[in-house]
Design a protein around this ligand. Structure first.
Ligand code: 5CU
Length: 358
Protein backbone atom coordinates (compact mmCIF):
# COMPACT_ATOMS: atom_id res chain seq x y z
CA UNK A 1 0.00 0.00 0.00
CA UNK A 2 1.33 3.46 -0.92
CA UNK A 3 0.98 6.41 1.42
CA UNK A 4 0.32 9.60 -0.51
CA UNK A 5 0.46 13.18 0.77
CA UNK A 6 -1.61 15.44 -1.46
CA UNK A 7 -1.40 18.56 0.71
CA UNK A 8 2.27 19.47 0.90
CA UNK A 9 3.78 22.77 -0.14
CA UNK A 10 6.99 24.21 -1.42
CA UNK A 11 8.34 27.67 -2.19
CA UNK A 12 10.79 26.82 -5.00
CA UNK A 13 14.07 28.80 -5.01
CA UNK A 14 12.87 31.35 -7.59
CA UNK A 15 9.78 32.09 -5.48
CA UNK A 16 11.99 32.45 -2.40
CA UNK A 17 13.89 35.13 -4.30
CA UNK A 18 10.62 37.00 -4.81
CA UNK A 19 9.80 36.68 -1.10
CA UNK A 20 13.27 37.88 -0.08
CA UNK A 21 13.05 40.89 -2.39
CA UNK A 22 9.78 42.15 -0.95
CA UNK A 23 9.22 44.58 1.93
CA UNK A 24 5.51 44.13 2.45
CA UNK A 25 3.63 40.91 3.28
CA UNK A 26 4.35 38.30 2.08
CA UNK A 27 8.09 38.54 2.58
CA UNK A 28 11.08 36.81 4.15
CA UNK A 29 13.71 38.64 6.19
CA UNK A 30 15.73 38.41 9.36
CA UNK A 31 15.00 40.48 12.45
CA UNK A 32 18.43 40.99 14.13
CA UNK A 33 19.77 39.86 16.49
CA UNK A 34 17.87 36.66 15.61
CA UNK A 35 19.81 35.21 12.62
CA UNK A 36 16.99 32.92 11.51
CA UNK A 37 14.93 34.35 8.63
CA UNK A 38 11.21 34.66 9.18
CA UNK A 39 8.34 34.28 6.74
CA UNK A 40 5.54 36.79 7.08
CA UNK A 41 2.81 35.50 4.86
CA UNK A 42 -0.65 36.04 6.29
CA UNK A 43 -2.44 39.31 5.56
CA UNK A 44 -1.92 41.67 8.47
CA UNK A 45 0.72 39.67 10.32
CA UNK A 46 3.35 42.37 9.78
CA UNK A 47 2.47 43.51 13.27
CA UNK A 48 4.19 44.51 16.51
CA UNK A 49 7.93 43.95 16.88
CA UNK A 50 8.07 40.72 18.79
CA UNK A 51 9.40 37.28 18.03
CA UNK A 52 6.06 35.68 18.78
CA UNK A 53 3.92 34.19 16.06
CA UNK A 54 2.56 37.69 15.46
CA UNK A 55 5.72 38.31 13.47
CA UNK A 56 5.65 35.38 11.11
CA UNK A 57 7.34 32.05 11.51
CA UNK A 58 10.95 30.85 11.18
CA UNK A 59 11.69 29.65 7.68
CA UNK A 60 14.42 27.16 6.72
CA UNK A 61 15.21 24.76 3.90
CA UNK A 62 12.19 22.59 4.67
CA UNK A 63 10.24 25.31 2.82
CA UNK A 64 12.28 25.29 -0.40
CA UNK A 65 14.61 22.28 -0.59
CA UNK A 66 13.25 19.25 -2.37
CA UNK A 67 15.83 17.09 -0.59
CA UNK A 68 14.28 18.18 2.70
CA UNK A 69 10.84 17.27 1.35
CA UNK A 70 12.06 13.77 0.51
CA UNK A 71 13.74 13.42 3.92
CA UNK A 72 10.48 14.46 5.58
CA UNK A 73 8.58 11.92 3.47
CA UNK A 74 11.03 9.17 4.39
CA UNK A 75 10.79 10.06 8.08
CA UNK A 76 7.00 9.75 7.95
CA UNK A 77 6.73 6.75 5.61
CA UNK A 78 5.17 8.82 2.85
CA UNK A 79 5.78 7.17 -0.52
CA UNK A 80 4.41 9.84 -2.85
CA UNK A 81 3.80 13.57 -2.49
CA UNK A 82 1.79 15.83 -4.77
CA UNK A 83 3.54 19.14 -4.12
CA UNK A 84 1.99 22.56 -4.63
CA UNK A 85 3.32 26.11 -4.53
CA UNK A 86 2.38 27.55 -1.13
CA UNK A 87 0.12 30.56 -0.67
CA UNK A 88 -0.25 33.21 -1.92
CA UNK A 89 0.93 31.60 -5.16
CA UNK A 90 1.21 34.03 -8.06
CA UNK A 91 -1.24 36.51 -6.54
CA UNK A 92 1.76 38.72 -5.72
CA UNK A 93 3.31 39.09 -9.16
CA UNK A 94 2.78 41.99 -11.55
CA UNK A 95 0.05 41.24 -14.13
CA UNK A 96 2.52 41.77 -16.96
CA UNK A 97 4.89 39.14 -15.49
CA UNK A 98 2.30 36.59 -14.40
CA UNK A 99 2.36 34.31 -17.44
CA UNK A 100 6.14 34.08 -17.59
CA UNK A 101 6.49 33.54 -13.84
CA UNK A 102 3.89 30.78 -13.94
CA UNK A 103 5.70 29.07 -16.76
CA UNK A 104 9.09 29.32 -14.99
CA UNK A 105 7.85 28.24 -11.57
CA UNK A 106 5.80 25.36 -12.95
CA UNK A 107 8.77 24.15 -14.99
CA UNK A 108 11.03 24.50 -11.96
CA UNK A 109 8.66 22.42 -9.82
CA UNK A 110 8.22 19.82 -12.55
CA UNK A 111 12.02 19.47 -12.69
CA UNK A 112 12.10 19.01 -8.92
CA UNK A 113 9.56 16.19 -9.28
CA UNK A 114 11.56 14.58 -12.09
CA UNK A 115 14.53 14.23 -9.74
CA UNK A 116 12.48 11.66 -7.82
CA UNK A 117 10.50 9.72 -10.44
CA UNK A 118 7.38 8.15 -9.06
CA UNK A 119 7.75 9.87 -5.67
CA UNK A 120 6.78 13.42 -6.60
CA UNK A 121 3.89 14.83 -8.60
CA UNK A 122 2.54 18.37 -8.52
CA UNK A 123 -0.31 20.83 -8.76
CA UNK A 124 0.70 23.74 -11.02
CA UNK A 125 0.13 27.43 -10.31
CA UNK A 126 -1.96 29.67 -12.55
CA UNK A 127 -1.14 33.21 -13.75
CA UNK A 128 -4.53 34.53 -12.65
CA UNK A 129 -3.18 38.09 -12.37
CA UNK A 130 -2.43 38.02 -16.09
CA UNK A 131 -5.03 37.80 -18.81
CA UNK A 132 -7.71 35.13 -19.05
CA UNK A 133 -6.12 33.89 -22.27
CA UNK A 134 -2.76 33.47 -20.52
CA UNK A 135 -4.36 31.44 -17.76
CA UNK A 136 -6.14 29.16 -20.21
CA UNK A 137 -2.92 28.73 -22.20
CA UNK A 138 -1.00 27.78 -19.05
CA UNK A 139 -3.65 25.19 -18.18
CA UNK A 140 -3.20 23.60 -21.63
CA UNK A 141 0.60 23.73 -21.24
CA UNK A 142 0.44 22.21 -17.75
CA UNK A 143 -1.38 19.17 -19.11
CA UNK A 144 1.78 18.42 -21.08
CA UNK A 145 4.13 18.50 -18.06
CA UNK A 146 4.68 14.93 -17.00
CA UNK A 147 4.36 15.40 -13.23
CA UNK A 148 1.35 17.74 -13.22
CA UNK A 149 -1.93 16.31 -11.97
CA UNK A 150 -3.88 19.48 -11.29
CA UNK A 151 -3.61 23.13 -10.31
CA UNK A 152 -3.54 24.92 -6.97
CA UNK A 153 -5.83 27.95 -6.63
CA UNK A 154 -6.86 30.42 -3.98
CA UNK A 155 -10.35 31.79 -3.53
CA UNK A 156 -9.68 35.15 -5.18
CA UNK A 157 -10.00 33.97 -8.78
CA UNK A 158 -9.40 36.85 -11.15
CA UNK A 159 -10.05 39.32 -8.33
CA UNK A 160 -13.78 38.86 -7.85
CA UNK A 161 -13.92 35.40 -6.33
CA UNK A 162 -14.76 31.96 -7.68
CA UNK A 163 -18.31 32.78 -8.79
CA UNK A 164 -17.00 35.25 -11.36
CA UNK A 165 -18.53 34.29 -14.71
CA UNK A 166 -15.28 35.20 -16.42
CA UNK A 167 -13.78 32.13 -14.76
CA UNK A 168 -15.99 29.88 -16.88
CA UNK A 169 -13.25 29.73 -19.50
CA UNK A 170 -10.79 28.59 -16.82
CA UNK A 171 -13.17 25.98 -15.42
CA UNK A 172 -13.93 24.73 -18.92
CA UNK A 173 -10.22 24.32 -19.69
CA UNK A 174 -9.58 22.54 -16.38
CA UNK A 175 -12.51 20.21 -16.99
CA UNK A 176 -11.38 19.50 -20.54
CA UNK A 177 -7.77 18.81 -19.51
CA UNK A 178 -8.97 16.70 -16.55
CA UNK A 179 -6.88 18.69 -14.09
CA UNK A 180 -8.07 18.64 -10.48
CA UNK A 181 -8.24 22.04 -8.77
CA UNK A 182 -6.67 22.05 -5.30
CA UNK A 183 -8.57 24.90 -3.64
CA UNK A 184 -6.60 26.40 -0.77
CA UNK A 185 -7.22 29.44 1.44
CA UNK A 186 -4.90 32.35 2.11
CA UNK A 187 -6.86 35.52 2.86
CA UNK A 188 -9.01 34.27 5.75
CA UNK A 189 -11.63 36.63 7.20
CA UNK A 190 -11.47 40.40 7.76
CA UNK A 191 -9.21 41.11 10.75
CA UNK A 192 -12.04 42.88 12.66
CA UNK A 193 -13.83 39.58 13.31
CA UNK A 194 -10.93 38.48 15.52
CA UNK A 195 -11.31 41.51 17.78
CA UNK A 196 -8.86 43.85 19.51
CA UNK A 197 -7.14 41.04 21.45
CA UNK A 198 -6.35 39.01 18.32
CA UNK A 199 -2.55 39.44 18.66
CA UNK A 200 -2.70 37.61 22.00
CA UNK A 201 -3.85 34.48 20.20
CA UNK A 202 -1.01 34.21 17.69
CA UNK A 203 -2.04 32.55 14.44
CA UNK A 204 -4.77 30.42 15.97
CA UNK A 205 -7.90 32.26 14.85
CA UNK A 206 -6.79 33.00 11.25
CA UNK A 207 -5.47 29.48 10.67
CA UNK A 208 -7.96 27.36 12.60
CA UNK A 209 -11.07 29.33 11.61
CA UNK A 210 -10.26 32.00 9.01
CA UNK A 211 -8.73 29.55 6.54
CA UNK A 212 -11.54 26.96 6.66
CA UNK A 213 -14.28 29.59 6.52
CA UNK A 214 -12.64 31.23 3.53
CA UNK A 215 -12.67 27.88 1.71
CA UNK A 216 -16.26 27.22 2.74
CA UNK A 217 -17.43 30.58 1.41
CA UNK A 218 -15.38 30.21 -1.78
CA UNK A 219 -16.79 26.81 -2.71
CA UNK A 220 -20.32 27.81 -1.64
CA UNK A 221 -20.17 30.71 -4.09
CA UNK A 222 -19.14 28.26 -6.82
CA UNK A 223 -22.11 26.03 -6.00
CA UNK A 224 -24.59 28.91 -5.81
CA UNK A 225 -23.46 30.42 -9.10
CA UNK A 226 -23.94 27.11 -10.90
CA UNK A 227 -20.28 26.37 -11.69
CA UNK A 228 -20.90 22.64 -11.22
CA UNK A 229 -24.07 22.77 -13.34
CA UNK A 230 -22.14 24.29 -16.22
CA UNK A 231 -19.04 22.09 -15.67
CA UNK A 232 -20.49 18.79 -14.45
CA UNK A 233 -17.19 16.87 -14.34
CA UNK A 234 -14.99 19.61 -12.88
CA UNK A 235 -13.05 18.15 -9.95
CA UNK A 236 -12.20 20.28 -6.91
CA UNK A 237 -10.06 19.10 -4.01
CA UNK A 238 -10.85 21.18 -0.93
CA UNK A 239 -8.15 21.91 1.63
CA UNK A 240 -8.71 21.17 5.30
CA UNK A 241 -11.49 18.65 4.65
CA UNK A 242 -13.65 21.28 3.00
CA UNK A 243 -13.42 23.87 5.76
CA UNK A 244 -16.81 23.67 7.39
CA UNK A 245 -18.68 22.46 4.31
CA UNK A 246 -19.30 18.89 5.54
CA UNK A 247 -20.93 20.28 8.69
CA UNK A 248 -22.87 23.08 6.99
CA UNK A 249 -23.90 21.44 3.70
CA UNK A 250 -27.38 20.63 5.00
CA UNK A 251 -27.91 24.19 6.15
CA UNK A 252 -26.70 25.50 2.81
CA UNK A 253 -29.06 23.17 0.96
CA UNK A 254 -31.95 24.17 3.23
CA UNK A 255 -31.29 27.90 2.71
CA UNK A 256 -31.26 27.32 -1.04
CA UNK A 257 -34.52 25.37 -0.87
CA UNK A 258 -36.19 28.19 1.11
CA UNK A 259 -34.93 31.14 -0.89
CA UNK A 260 -37.55 32.81 -3.05
CA UNK A 261 -34.96 34.60 -5.13
CA UNK A 262 -33.12 31.38 -5.99
CA UNK A 263 -36.42 29.53 -6.53
CA UNK A 264 -37.12 31.84 -9.47
CA UNK A 265 -33.77 31.01 -11.07
CA UNK A 266 -32.49 27.96 -12.93
CA UNK A 267 -32.79 24.49 -11.42
CA UNK A 268 -29.48 23.64 -9.83
CA UNK A 269 -27.87 20.39 -8.83
CA UNK A 270 -28.44 19.26 -5.27
CA UNK A 271 -25.49 20.05 -3.00
CA UNK A 272 -25.12 16.40 -1.92
CA UNK A 273 -24.79 15.39 -5.56
CA UNK A 274 -22.04 17.99 -6.10
CA UNK A 275 -20.28 16.79 -2.94
CA UNK A 276 -20.39 13.19 -4.08
CA UNK A 277 -19.30 13.78 -7.68
CA UNK A 278 -17.23 16.97 -7.99
CA UNK A 279 -15.68 17.48 -4.59
CA UNK A 280 -12.68 15.70 -3.13
CA UNK A 281 -11.67 16.47 0.45
CA UNK A 282 -8.24 16.27 1.98
CA UNK A 283 -7.86 14.62 5.39
CA UNK A 284 -5.98 17.53 6.97
CA UNK A 285 -8.43 17.95 9.85
CA UNK A 286 -6.44 16.50 12.79
CA UNK A 287 -9.30 14.56 14.39
CA UNK A 288 -11.47 11.53 13.70
CA UNK A 289 -14.59 13.67 14.25
CA UNK A 290 -13.89 15.95 11.28
CA UNK A 291 -12.56 13.07 9.21
CA UNK A 292 -15.74 11.02 9.69
CA UNK A 293 -17.79 14.05 8.62
CA UNK A 294 -15.63 14.43 5.50
CA UNK A 295 -16.15 10.77 4.62
CA UNK A 296 -19.88 11.01 5.34
CA UNK A 297 -20.36 13.70 2.71
CA UNK A 298 -17.73 12.93 0.06
CA UNK A 299 -17.47 9.15 0.45
CA UNK A 300 -14.51 7.13 1.77
CA UNK A 301 -13.14 6.84 -1.75
CA UNK A 302 -12.92 10.64 -2.17
CA UNK A 303 -10.99 11.70 0.94
CA UNK A 304 -7.20 11.99 0.61
CA UNK A 305 -4.44 12.09 3.22
CA UNK A 306 -2.28 15.22 3.57
CA UNK A 307 0.17 16.87 5.96
CA UNK A 308 0.38 20.61 5.15
CA UNK A 309 4.20 20.27 5.36
CA UNK A 310 6.26 22.44 5.84
CA UNK A 311 3.74 24.44 7.84
CA UNK A 312 3.03 23.42 11.45
CA UNK A 313 6.58 22.14 12.18
CA UNK A 314 7.57 20.72 15.58
CA UNK A 315 7.68 23.36 18.31
CA UNK A 316 11.31 22.54 19.21
CA UNK A 317 13.42 23.97 16.36
CA UNK A 318 14.90 21.17 14.25
CA UNK A 319 12.65 18.64 15.99
CA UNK A 320 11.97 15.37 14.18
CA UNK A 321 8.48 14.26 15.17
CA UNK A 322 5.82 16.28 13.35
CA UNK A 323 2.78 16.33 15.65
CA UNK A 324 0.75 17.82 12.79
CA UNK A 325 1.46 14.67 10.77
CA UNK A 326 0.90 12.11 13.50
CA UNK A 327 -2.40 13.79 14.40
CA UNK A 328 -3.62 13.23 10.85
CA UNK A 329 -2.37 9.63 10.79
CA UNK A 330 -4.01 9.02 14.18
CA UNK A 331 -7.31 10.47 12.96
CA UNK A 332 -7.42 7.97 10.08
CA UNK A 333 -6.57 5.11 12.37
CA UNK A 334 -9.08 6.18 15.09
CA UNK A 335 -11.88 6.55 12.54
CA UNK A 336 -11.19 3.60 10.24
CA UNK A 337 -8.55 1.32 11.82
CA UNK A 338 -6.64 -0.49 9.08
CA UNK A 339 -9.73 -1.09 6.96
CA UNK A 340 -9.95 -0.74 3.19
CA UNK A 341 -11.36 2.77 3.77
CA UNK A 342 -8.26 3.75 5.75
CA UNK A 343 -5.96 2.40 3.04
CA UNK A 344 -7.88 4.35 0.44
CA UNK A 345 -7.64 7.59 2.41
CA UNK A 346 -3.94 7.10 3.13
CA UNK A 347 -3.03 6.59 -0.50
CA UNK A 348 -5.18 4.37 -2.70
CA UNK A 349 -7.70 7.12 -3.46
CA UNK A 350 -5.02 9.59 -4.52
CA UNK A 351 -3.24 7.05 -6.73
CA UNK A 352 -6.53 6.33 -8.50
CA UNK A 353 -8.09 9.80 -8.67
CA UNK A 354 -4.90 11.70 -9.53
CA UNK A 355 -3.41 9.01 -11.80
CA UNK A 356 -0.21 8.72 -9.79
CA UNK A 357 1.27 5.79 -11.67
CA UNK A 358 4.38 6.59 -13.68
O1 5CU B 1 1.03 28.88 9.00
C1 5CU B 1 0.60 29.40 7.98
O2 5CU B 1 0.57 30.61 7.81
C2 5CU B 1 0.10 28.55 6.90
C3 5CU B 1 0.02 29.05 5.57
O3 5CU B 1 0.30 30.19 5.29
N1 5CU B 1 -0.36 28.23 4.60
C4 5CU B 1 -0.66 26.95 4.87
O4 5CU B 1 -0.96 26.20 3.95
N2 5CU B 1 -0.62 26.48 6.13
C5 5CU B 1 -0.24 27.26 7.15
Amino acid sequence: MSIVDIHTHVYPPSYMEILRSRTNVPYVRTFPPDPIPRLLVLPGEDGPTSTSTSRGRPIGPEYYSIEHKIAFMDAHEIDISVISLANPWLDIVEPSEAAQRACEINDEMNSMCLQYPGRLFMFGALPLKGTLEETVLEIKRLRGLSCVRGVVMGTGGLGNGLDDQKLDAVYAALQEEELTVFLHPHYGLPAEVYGPRAAEYGHVLPLALGFPLETTIGVSRMILSGVFDRHPTLSILLAHSGGTLPFLAGRLESCIAHDLHLAAGPVRRNIWDVLAKNILLDAVIYSSVGLKAAVAVAGADRVLFGTDHPFFPPMNPGGQGWLSVTMNYDAVSAAFGDSAEAKGILGGNAVKLLRLEL
